[in-house]
Design a binder for this molecule. Sequence first.
Ligand SMILES: [Zn+2]
Length: 354
Amino acid sequence: MAINKIERVLRDQVTQLTQKLSKITQAEEIYPLRSLYTGKESELQKALGLLKDLPKEERPTAGSLINATKRELEQAISEKLTKLLSEELAAQDAVRDIDVTAPFHVNMPDVPKLPRVGSLHPLQHEINRMLTIFTTMGFTPFEGREVDSDYYVFDSLNMPKEHPARQNWDTFRTEDNLIPTPHTSNMQVRVMRKMKTAPLRAVIYGRVSRNEAIDAVHGHTFYQIEGLYIDKGVSISNMIATINAFVEAFFGRKVTGKVQPGYFPFVEPGIEYMGQCPFCEGAGCGSCKHTGWLELVGAGMIHPSVLREGGFDPAVYSGFAWGLGLDRMVMQRNGIQDIRSLFSSDIRFLSSAV
Ligand SMILES: [Zn+2]
């Protein structure tokens, strides 16, 4: 093929492409044209293949003609493509109803939604609420220890070795004879020695372990919150009033309380505080197991030997301590039937329980 024929073919290609591009209105229609006019099977590529058959002196001219045509074709395609894409974007923007106050995904329905943001565990949420109630009442929060020695778990709490009450806290032992704490009272003497002076107001929260078979209302691991109040002239009525104020703040309504004797070796006397069920007002419902009453708090006046162990003279000071099982109160407040749900990883339960 002579050089002038090649030139005609190439000019013809540019004309054809220009005509076709002028009729196109959608960006996606351009892509087949690009392959047709610049791809492997295009007239442009065929012309390149013919170069070797031309006389030597004509080859540079023909080569630069082919390259110039290639640039011209590519530029025509890319200009048209840019124009159509920007028109399409502008059209989308024009119909999109943007609400600048709405979350991102409302304005951008085509963009995948953001992953769910996590929330506090229901137990942590309740711990925070309880601590807020107690700190508002002037109590200083302390976090418990998950393992401790015989001394703090039993001896310091008026339970020397062989004391029968130790059996009430049937628990585990680690290989080096530490105890996963069965109650948060192991912190009592520690807190007394740390705070040193009266009036002493402390609230202790933590995870505790018991050697229990697991069922819907018992777990081997659960949470307790415990309080201590020591000063001169503290009485049982101070204790009951404090517990009642807390219980009413926790349930967010008036609660009628009653006390009955209870035994804990580190208090004397010991009581159990029952609250009339705030959900059925004593009539009986699922939350109170149809008894009309909720067993809420174990409490008592701190035993003189525990006060002495913590550095307070029982002839001068008195005080009270109370403790409660957090999980049970959370279950009661939220109508949760099975304690095991609190330790499951079911996100539907965890995000809806509180
Ligand atoms: Zn009830």
